[in-house]
Ligand binder design. Structure first.
Ligand code: RUB
Length: 306
């Protein structure tokens, strides 16, 4: 499981991060692992795939793209190991190709919602959100972006580099400047780690503050999300787990050790209720959040995790 463990570690430490990238990396790692298994019976093979799937899924709890990608990749109906490997390899190729095509489609569909002259606020670093912004820019629209820093890991720095390299005028703000700046922007475009059946968005901590400020200022909030970011398990009443990350990301442990009465908390994601979201742009079309159930049923498949 060497290669697979390396990928799992990279996801855990966030060397590979962002819900889409995590999903694609996990699918590829499972494919490579399956292809490395030989000289064993089908039961042993299935057991090893089961363990490998668990190793990958256990790395980070919030982005449903990860268990969805693993479930879509690992399933097979073969009667022998060699056919099972072929099926898993085929599943991975399909998933990875679809994920890449989904990003392009989301870009094209989402760009329709961007008007010439728009100033767009984004949060964290989302490839799906950036696909919309870059596509609109490439269509010749005169747009600019306000990007939040996204403490504590500062994924906003990845975003501003990407926008800079694409030639898109960009302003970086600290997270606490969101409400003040909201008056100067036209709409918010963010990505998704998970979307639950009630249309709620789970994304980088602070996303719900953008959405609250946007509603107060009557600005639209658009979510860019591949269909594999919708969570089938929420149909069973399961809540999406919010990842708590190390407090070392927030504060120097030495400084904290001088403060015996202080505790630090570092939740990595938050929940934005559906009523704060205007539209979810998927590769299958632009949906209101109220249609999350339909997306899960028609485009993802209820059997995926139930
Ligand atoms: C990343 C994050 C992104 C979503 C969507 O969090 O919240 O907005 O994952 O990204 P982290 P994408 O940096 O903790 O993984 O559109 O690229 O899938």
């Amino acid at each position: 499981m060497d290669g697979l463990n390396i990928t799992a570690e990279k996801i855990k430490t966030m060397e590979i991060r962002g819900a889409g990238r995590i999903a694609v990396a996990a699918s590829a790692a499972l494919r490579d692992y399956a292809m490395s298994l030989k000289d064993m019976g089908l039961d042993e093979f299935n057991l090893k795939i089961e363990e490998a799937a668990k190793t990958l899924v256990d790395t980070r709890p919030t982005a449903v793209s990860l268990p969805n990608a693993v479930a879509l990749t690992r399933r097979h109906s073969a009667g022998n190991v060699s056919d099972a490997i072929d099926e898993i390899a085929g599943n991975a190729e399909r998933f990875i190709k679809n994920a890449s095509e989904a990003l392009e489609k989301i870009g094209r569909i989402g760009a329709q919602r961007i008007r010439d002259g728009d100033v767009i606020m984004t949060h964290c670093n989302s490839h799906a959100a950036l696909s919309i912004i870059k596509t609109a820019f490439d269509q010749g629209k005169d747009i600019s972006v306000v990007a939040t820093e996204s403490r504590p890991r500062r994924q906003g720095f990845i975003t501003i580099r990407e926008l800079n390299d694409h030639g898109i005028p960009t302003t970086l703000i600290v997270d606490s400047a969101v409400r003040l700046t909201m008056k100067k922007i036209d709409l918010v475009v963010v990505g998704a780690d998970s979307i639950s059946v009630n249309g709620a968005l789970i994304n980088k901590i602070g996303t719900s503050q953008l959405a609250l400020a946007a509603q107060e200022a009557r600005r639209n909030v658009i979510v860019a999300a591949e269909t594999y970011k919708f969570s089938p398990r929420t149909l069973l009443g399961e809540m999406v787990e919010i990842e708590d990350r190390s407090i070392d990301e927030v504060i120097d442990p030495e400084f904290l050790s001088e403060l015996p009465n202080v505790r630090v908390s570092n939740p990595a994601f938050d929940v934005t209720p559906a009523e704060y979201i205007d539209l979810i742009i998927t590769e299958a079309g632009a949906f209101p959040p109220a249609m999350a159930f339909t997306v899960i049923k028609d485009y993802l498949g209820l059997e995926l995790e139930i």
